[in-house]
Write a protein that binds this ligand. Sequence first.
Ligand code: NAP
Length: 242
Amino acid sequence: MASAVITGSSRGLGRAIALRFARDGYDIAVNYHSNEQQAETVAARAREHGVEAVVVGADVSAYDAAERLVETAADAFGGVDHLVNNAGIDQHVYTESLSPEDFDRVSDVNVNSAFNCTKAALGYLRESADEPSVVNLSSILAFTGAPIECHYAASKGALVSLTKSHARDFAPEIRVNAIAPGHIETDMTADRTEAEKQEELAAIPRDRYGQPEDIAEAAAYLRDAGFVTGETLHVNGGERME
Ligand code: NAP
């Protein structure tokens, strides 16, 4: 049975991706930073699909922790076939008030983590017999810019570049793609006022927020899409059209 590591899968999009991969028959490593109990619940639900699941607490912005996550999954499953770099944080602050330390922290969690986990998993992915893949979670804000979260948008833009670079680096064996979600209903977007919600919805032709399962569907597609690499898949209900 093939396996996948999904970073930041205790909640939100990572949780939906982990459960989708489990439903598709993949053993999964559920990674959390602070919410162990929620991660255990995700693993228990995954096992209901007849797959194996391990839970690993690791702050993937640190290379040692990312390596421990990957090694734990490889020990449990005999290898790692797919990696989803989903862990991320957001913060709403104008540049005038943004500290260099906060800029670094967002970069560390959103970009360095993807480098860390990909580097740690590379040897296993290269040995995989399951058309291995990496999927990175970018954002619509990488393409539109975002005045009150410049560090977040910049980190998500860097992930697009990392995706293209790694797709070239690791070809032909390993495909590397990104997803750029629009507004998806998770804890990350739960702080909106009613007025903000109405304004956001007015800009989404599909006239609804995205759901975590919409992103899980995209992640499953990119896992399986054998002739797609270096690409960013925009999943935003039409909010931004190429
Ligand atoms: P979320 O609900 O806030 O969940 C974030 C997840 O990341 C949690 O599982 C959290 O673990 C984990 N995490 C945070 N820091 C971590 C660290 N240092 N090491 C390991 N795990 C860490 O966020 P979400 O909305 O699901 O977003 C998931 C990804 O999609 C993020 O990269 C985000 O930037 C991106 N995205 C989201 C949206 C959206 O509208 N929701 C739009 C565009 C892009 P704990 O639970 O243990 O804290």
